[in-house]
Ligand binder design. Structure first.
Ligand code: SAM
Ligand code: SF4
Length: 331
């Protein structure tokens, strides 16, 4: 594997870019955006796919080897498939993965496989149609759920992302683990983060990773801990005899910052070296002002050199303004 040139002052190598291709979405998950009154970026402020391709290529020249396509909902943006096709042949890029709410991904399965994209994360916060609607403010549980099994049947590696919160989906935790009994998928339970596009009210769920694990332990006395990748944000487990596995992501507790290898580019070109930090530079603006590839590389290298130690330090740098919607940040 090519050594990344993106090394921060704490010695962490960044080789994983999360690229938000749009801030728009066909859902309104309560933890991500308000039901109404969202300020989506004006269309001309969104990067074009050509701009995204050029920047992705620049990142890969600097050692990025994996890109996750996220949003907003990636599949609501027109032109996403031709873009992915071009991206899939960028030199140095070993892997493209996608995070989707699962409403539109089903129809693109064959094309995704053709370009070598076979890992997909689907957000699913409940196995009950009613609770799903309450959480997403959309009544599309049946098609999303059916789509997950189509993905599995077609050979995709599927991870489900489930944001755990009181009065929303605690009763789904055990049924989700039961889903891993006969299906080789991984369910990951996430702590809720404050990135909900609100004007500032602090939503802090009591369900941190310890409580989620404690809840699961009550039902499963024998939980096997799995060995995870060095840069994994999830701590992963398996119930003996079950085909799939489950993981817990301390997304708000931030216990994984010491090995974080990620960098994020928003749909409007904002570069973030930490999810909890402010944007450090706008690469779209640089591009539109006529920056050369060398200028872009220097700007990215400089941003990485200034990276904070962890999400707590980055949060301080963002001066408490950490309620930007995840759809903007590129979750
Ligand atoms: N629309 C796609 C989806 O929902 O999978 C991709 C974008 S979404 C912002 C990416 C991930 O961020 C999803 O798994 C979602 O559950 C998670 N997410 C969004 N807001 C969050 C929050 N406030 N706390 C924790 N996770 C959040
Ligand atoms: Fe849309 Fe994903 Fe945000 Fe839900 S979490 S509103 S699906 S971007």
């Amino acid at each position: 594997m090519k050594q990344s040139l993106l090394i921060d002052k704490y010695g962490r190598q960044l080789n994983y870019l999360r690229l938000s291709v749009t801030d728009r979405c066909n859902f309104r998950c309560y933890y991500c955006m308000p039901e109404e009154g969202i300020n989506f970026a004006p269309r001309k402020e969104l990067m074009t796919f050509d701009e995204m391709l050029l920047l992705s290529t620049t990142f890969c020249n600097l050692g990025i080897s994996k890109i996750r396509i996220t949003g907003g909902e990636p599949f609501v943006r027109n032109g996403i498939m031709p873009f992915l096709k071009k991206l899939s042949v960028v030199k140095g890029l070993n892997e493209i993965t996608v995070t989707s709410n699962g409403t539109l991904s089903a129809k693109y399965q064959a094309e995704l496989l053709q370009m070598g994209i076979r890992k997909i994360n689907i957000s699913l916060d409940s196995l009950s149609r009613e609770r799903f609607e309450h959480i997403t403010r959309r009544d599309t549980f049946d098609s999303v759920y059916a789509g997950i099994f189509k993905l599995l049947d077609n050979g995709f590696e599927v991870k489900l992302n489930c944001v755990v919160a009181e009065n929303k989906n605690i009763q789904d935790i055990v049924p989700f683990i039961e889903l891993t009994k006969n299906h080789s998928l991984s369910v990951r339970f996430l702590e809720e983060m404050p990135f909900n596009g609100s004007d500032g009210s602090q939503v802090q769920s009591d369900w941190d990773y310890k409580r989620i694990y404690g809840h699961i332990e009550q039902y499963y006395p024998e939980i096997n801990r799995l060995i995870s990748d060095a840069n994994s944000t999830s701590v992963n487990y398996k119930i003996s005899g079950y085909k799939g596995s489950f993981g817990i992501i301390p997304s708000f507790s931030r216990t994984f910052c010491g090995t974080c290898n990620r960098i994020r580019l928003s749909a409007t070109g904002e570069l973030r070296t930490c999810l909890y930090g402010p944007p450090v530079i706008n690469l779209r603006d640089l591009l539109r002002k006529g920056a050369s590839i060398d200028d872009l590389e220097q700007a990215i290298l400089h941003a990485v050199s200034q990276r904070e130690r962890d999400g707590y330090a980055a949060e301080v740098a963002s001066k408490g303004a950490i309620h930007t919607s995840m759809s903007v940040l590129g979750g």
